[in-house]
Ligand binder design. Structure first.
Ligand SMILES: *Cc1c(COP(=O)(O)O)cnc(C)c1O
Length: 474
């Protein structure tokens, strides 16, 4: 059995493996080429009775597991949104794992709680969020948005639904978001007991942004019919096309009805470090809560979601539970973050964010974000100038949207052609893109957000796309 004294030698060996991996990451196929069952087939049906040596574990990690890994830190990973990392974040994760602390309360690791409070203040101020707001780290944006909905629900029902159930006041609650909003909103609405039927999806304009006039109309109609508007979720950077909903206009309408305004900037939030992008949250002082994921585009390992809120009392009244065995003497003086989210147990996540913020500095972070945006501007020009590529949505940040449009193909044929094109690109293992639909049309998305991506990497992806176009047409 391995003992703490075995760690040094094995750890050094492992760090060498990790360093080799990071240096050679371009040699791996970006997207795992495994078929369903390929990994499971190689795994025994039962756990071993006898312990095995570490060498055997590492061999199987390399032979069985690695082929089934999609390499998210590969510079040619352009799919979904990134879950990027960085050297300081990785080093901090090693320390976090070494400490193995469970940071549910202040007392269970005072430094974890106080560091979290401080780095959230740093982020809040660096991003131009209201100075009076507070922040807390959550595991994911999905959970943070659930927290926002629960707070909105309790505020609207004067905390009666927590006590007596959602039917307590006999109110019929409604939540609003655009048709382009992330699927987590719908999931959260169902979990919060509001019911999918009460999630009203507001139509978008030509640039995929929520239409304020349509929201005002829908809310007025609902109120006339006896519904209670509970919350409006604003998408600051939709998942499909990074469209930015008009926050101020939406918040002004929501205010008329006392509805909670929650801003989902899960991806685009990082760009607020750049003063040029502050317009995205014009009107934030009218909102109640805001979420973004440093674990997407801020060089911090998954999981790390930053949730900011205006009113701590509503949050604590909604979520705190204090059984005898969790009471501590410091409770009146400190933040017990177990009361600020859904799970009781919490990882020490502030450390990696602290390492990232200090190692890069705000200037270093801005430089990297801007570099990604500049690469996307160049890629967008490549789309524009290419003889058969068609731009499908306006670039806001570091994502470009396109399809191939050879002459004389109708929409159905174009969809099929571009779907085949995407498969062909991803099968090369040299780049990984995913798709969305823009006004119904199959559209390739190319996100340029891996921490260390270079111009050469992006040009390599462009060559892969061009080669795939040539072979898909034959
Ligand atoms: C990624 C994303 C989410 C979900 O993020 P998780 O942290 O994985 O839950 C929610 N909203 C938007 C706009 C996103 O881009």
């Amino acid at each position: 059995m391995l003992q703490p004294t075995d760690f040094r030698a094995l750890g050094h060996e492992l760090v060498d493996w990790m360093a080799d991996y990071l240096e050679n990451i371009r040699q791996y196929p970006v997207k795992s080429q495994c078929q369903p069952g390929d990994t499971a087939r190689q795994l025994p049906a039962a756990a071993p009775e006898q312990g095995e040596d570490f060498g055997a574990l590492m061999r199987d990690f390399q032979d069985i597991i690695l082929p089934g890994i999609t390499h998210w830190q590969h510079p040619n990973f352009h799919a979904y949104f990134p879950a990027n990392s960085s050297v300081p974040s990785l080093l901090a994760e090693m320390l976090t794992a070494t400490l193995g602390a469970q940071c549910m309360s202040w007392e269970t690791s005072p430094a974890a709680a106080e560091l979290e409070e401080r780095v959230m203040e740093w982020l809040r101020d660096a991003m131009g969020l209201p100075a009076s707001w507070l922040g807390v780290i959550q595991d994911t944006a999905s959970t943070a948005t659930l927290v926002a909905l629960l707070c909105a629900r309790e505020r609207l029902t004067s905390f009666a639904s927590n006590e007596r159930g959602l039917a307590a006041n006999g109110q019929r609650l409604r939540v609003y978001c655009s048709t382009e909003t992330h699927s987590s909103i719908e999931k959260d609405v169902t979990i919060a007991g509001i019911g999918r039927e009460n999630l009203v999806k507001i139509p978008v304009d030509g640039q995929q942004r929520m239409r304020v006039d349509a929201l005002a109309k829908a809310m007025a109609k609902d109120v006339a019919a006896g519904f209670c508007p509970m919350c409006v979720v604003v998408a600051t950077g939709t998942t499909g096309t990074t469209a930015i909903d008009p926050l101020r206009g939406i918040a002004e309408v929501a205010q008329r009805y006392g509805a909670w305004v929650h801003v989902d900037a899960a991806y685009a939030g990082s760009a607020l470090l750049l003063p040029d992008y502050r317009w995205m949250i014009d009107g934030i002082e009218l909102a109640d809560s805001f979420v973004f994921n440093p674990h997407k585009w801020l060089f911090t390992h998954f999981d790390c979601t930053a949730y900011f809120l205006r009113d701590r009392d509503t949050l604590l009244r909604t979520l705190s539970i204090l059984p005898e065995y969790l009471k501590t003497q410091q409770d009146p003086y400190v933040n017990n973050y177990r009361d600020w989210g859904v799970p009781l147990g919490r990882r020490f996540r502030a450390l990696k964010l602290w390492f990232v913020l200090r190692s890069y500095g705000l200037e270093g972070l801005r430089e990297r974000l801007q570099a990604h945006i500049d690469l996307a501007i160049a890629a967008d020009q490549w789309v524009e100038q290419h003889p058969t590529l068609e731009r499908m949505a306006t670039r806001t940040l570091n994502v470009v949207f396109f399809r191939d449009r050879p002459a004389a193909m109708d929409e159905a044929a174009l969809d099929a052609h571009n779907e085949a094109l995407l498969q062909r690109i991803n099968a090369t293992g040299k780049a990984y893109l995913t798709h969305t639909r823009v006004n119904g049309a199959f559209t390739l998305r190319m996100v340029i957000g891996q921490t260390y991506v270079t111009r050469d990497d992006v040009q390599q992806t462009q060559s892969v796309v061009e080669a795939a176009i040539a072979t898909t047409l034959t």
